[in-house]
Design a protein around this ligand. Sequence first.
Ligand code: G3P
Ligand code: MG
Length: 241
Amino acid sequence: MTKNFAHRGFSGRYPENTMLAFQKAVETGVDGIELDVHLTKDGCPVIIHDETVNRTCGAEGRVGRLTLEELRELDASYLWRGQVGRNTIPTLREYCQMAAELPLVTNIELKTNICEYPGIEEKVLGLIREFRLEDRVIISSFNHYSVLRMRALAPELKYGLLSESWLVGAGKYVSDLGIPCYHPIYGNMTPAHVQELKQYGLEINTFTVNTEEDVRRLAGLGVDAVIGNYPDMAKRVLEQL
Ligand code: G3P
Ligand code: MG
């Protein structure tokens, strides 16, 4: 059965990439949680989507040029002000503490596609090992070099390559690199593409699937997971199939 992953936590109803959104995803009974990781100026892995704090925190500055202490003063619920209380930008450590107690899969997206964060792969790996999450993570990135760097450090973990493009020969490309998962944008998932990827034995986890119609269509095509902002809706639709 197609699995249900919460994109940036339960981000359709709560501030994305906050502990609140992760807890609400857990309460919804998701199979997995997707989150985005950057490094602070002082080298701490933190969970936020953008390279800057501008959109989600209503502040200014690049994540990589701010210290953890500076980031922790910001409100990651800025876009939800008046609706929910204050939420800090979580550290990956904080998330791992929660996930260590739970059976769900965590899809850690390394946000190394715009800014490179030297050492991010080692730091993320350190936390995965410290909290014994080795058998419950999928590491993905749009920066495929970043994925390969991390795999060189920890071949035992599961990896996925992200793509927003209509790649020709994606199945062969991913499979030749020895990566088991492909994480494409959902609009590219035609029956022919899914068939090609399946021929290479790849696990297909597709994003960002936010409507009932798309959940039904993609599950019907046999994708392995839908990653979306409304995991309550996806759960209901998947259970009806
Ligand atoms: O990992 C799937 C998805 O999160 C990739 O796109 O921009 O939402 O991080 P984005
Ligand atoms: Mg992401």
